[in-house]
Design a protein. Structure first.
Length: 276
């Protein structure tokens, strides 16, 4: 039973750690997964509905601005998967949106207010689950707060994020309180539908890659100049903690893939039994 995974690369030909980590998460599963990468922004590649699972990456730039080619095609893809799932009793398709993709999904679903942050979020932080988030299967195994890798210049805000648990979209997590600069807490994760989930942060971030990346002399100096040495040192300490970024990396995307694969297999088994 082959399961097809589409990985949507929104990095716009920019070197990054995230895409390789997403691929490794997919390859790590002991089932017959077939994956293909689509270069959405640079080559205008968009997957069709032949895939079972979709993981859409983060990326640079302003999510409110596209080139008039890839962005309408991307929104049309979101719409096609959503409508496909709405019309199907079984054989659903599952989607995970990460960071830039999460912001695009919020734009598409008209969820919250997307705006430029006063100050860029950079580093590792505690992130708090809402009441809905405490029951989210993809977060199972994580503490509250969980620790996340968060690198962004934009944020999604919404006042009434504690919606009823039987309605969608559901806000699953919000950022920490800033005691120094009190401000509205940004939305950090949303379940847009039973099959579509997204995070503002990077669940694919892995400590080894981040440690090597930020300890390169030029990058280290650049980070210190922009964000301060204490911010960098705190991030490095968090990367070495087994219950922080390591745990988040080993939990959210693996849970998403496991739950998606399980549902797909169960539905296909029922279809075969019904046809017999």
């Amino acid at each position: 039973m082959r399961i097809k995974v589409a990985i949507l690369d929104l990095n716009d030909n920019t070197p990054n750690l995230g895409l390789g980590s997403i691929v490794e998460h997919v390859k790590a599963f002991p089932v017959d997964l077939e994956y293909k990468i689509f270069d959405v922004r640079h080559k205008h590649e968009i997957p069709n509905l032949d895939f079972d699972i979709y993981i859409s990456s983060g990326g640079p730039g302003d999510p409110r601005v596209g080139d008039g080619v890839w962005d309408p095609a991307y929104y049309a893809w979101i719409d096609s998967v959503y409508k496909y799932n709405q019309g199907k009793q079984k054989d659903k398709k599952y989607v995970f949106f990460i960071c830039h993709s999460f912001q695009l999904a919020c734009i598409h679903f008209k969820f919250g207010t997307l705006q430029l942050r006063d100050k860029k979020s950079f580093g590792t932080y505690p992130c708090y689950m809402t009441g809905n988030g405490l029951y989210e299967e993809d977060f199972k195994g994580l503490p509250n707060p969980m620790y996340i890798a968060d690198f962004r210049s934009f944020e999604v805000l919404k006042d009434d994020y504690e919606v009823k648990s039987n309605t969608f979209p559901k806000v699953l997590a919000i950022e920490q309180i800033n005691p120094i600069e009190p401000r509205q807490r940004a939305i950090m994760s949303v379940r847009f539908s039973p099959e579509m989930i997204g995070t503002q942060f990077h669940p694919e971030a892995y400590p080894e890659g981040m440690y090597d990346y930020f300890n390169q002399p030029e990058r280290r100096e650049s980070v210190i100049a922009e964000h301060g040495e204490e911010r960098l040192n705190q991030m490095i300490r968090d990367l070495g903690h087994p219950n922080k970024i390591t745990l988040t990396n080993g939990t959210i995307l693996p849970n998403f893939l496991q739950h998606s694969i399980k549902s797909i297999k169960e539905n296909r088994t029922k279809e075969v039994a019904g046809a017999a």
